[in-house]
Design a protein. Structure first.
Length: 292
């Protein structure tokens, strides 16, 4: 069984997923990236959720069955072509059945963007309010083909290309932006974002990955869920946790994933500055915020 440390993932992203598994992993997630990369990561997360040790350890009975694709509580959906509403209804029906061997039941849906609108709509309710034992891992290479209603119900993880890894020397560039975001000063947010325009596309994606990890730390700080993954900016993430509700921090986390996709599509640096200023400020301070 492949462990997380063996995957070719950015360190910040790997720590974020591992940290989530050590606390309470989201029940509906969307992995965005290259097909083989998301498939391996999806199966590894599924194995970890079913593992008797929570690793995945690769040696327990659950891990061995998951590796051989024999685990009765691991359901993989990988269809050729369009995924129709009948498949979504079958998933929904299976989700209502208690696990056979483990405490959890995990669904891995490959090519999630191939679900037609009827199939996506059929899954909305179960993704929003899954049974406590159910976890859904959606894999996609083209998330723009997925309905916003589905996207809003999933915690998204954007995987960069295999050869790219976030440069953690970019952490000092993260501090002024986090401080400006926490202060609610839109002008300071713009000043910090403008400084990113000199970065290369690879570096900017790395910076966005670090920002996502910082936002994850803020969510964990708000709920006292565990130590930070980026202790270098723990003061800033603690400030964010005290300033913004968890729902808003999660929305900002998802904005980073959207912006990473835009960077991959060669979005202009000025557009990123605008999004990191106006869009982030709007999410944090202008839109009506719900409770954490």
């Amino acid at each position: 069984m492949i462990g997380f440390d063996a995957l070719r993932l950015p360190a910040a992203l790997r720590r974020s997923i591992t940290g989530a598994l050590s606390a309470r992993f989201p029940q509906s997630v969307l992995l965005i990236g290259a097909e083989e990369q998301t498939r391996i990561l999806g199966r590894t997360i599924a194995a970890a959720l079913l593992c008797e040790q929570g690793c995945p350890c690769g040696t327990c009975n659950s891990c061995r069955k998951a590796e051989k694709e024999l685990h009765p509580d691991l359901i993989e959906i990988d269809e050729d072509g369009e995924i129709k509403v009948e498949t979504a209804r079958r998933i929904r029906a299976e989700a209502s059945v208690l696990p056979n061997e483990s405490a959890r039941k995990v669904f891995v849906i490959a090519h999630a963007e191939q679900m037609n609108p009827a199939a996506q709509n059929a899954l909305l309710k179960v993704l929003e309010e899954p049974p406590k034992y159910c976890f859904f891992i959606l894999l996609a290479t083209q998330p723009d083909r997925i309905l916003e209603t589905i996207l809003s119900r999933c915690t998204r993880y954007q995987l960069p290309p295999d050869e790219e890894t976030p440069d953690e020397t970019l952490l000092p560039l993260l501090v002024p932006y986090l401080r400006a975001l926490s202060s609610g000063n839109e002008c300071e947010m713009m000043r910090a974002a403008v400084g990113l325009e000199k970065l290369s596309r690879v570096q900017l994606r790395g910076w966005l990955s670090l920002l996502q990890t910082a936002l994850r730390d803020a969510v964990f700080a708000a709920g006292s869920l565990g130590p930070p993954l980026l202790p270098f900016v723990s003061a800033e993430t603690a400030s964010l946790a005290g300033r913004l509700p968890v729902r808003t921090l999660t929305a900002l986390y998802e904005l980073c994933g959207t912006l990473s996709i835009r960077v991959e599509r060669n979005a202009a640096a000025s557009a990123m500055t605008c999004a990191l200023t106006a869009d982030a400020y709007s999410l944090a301070y202008l839109k009506k915020r719900g409770s954490p």
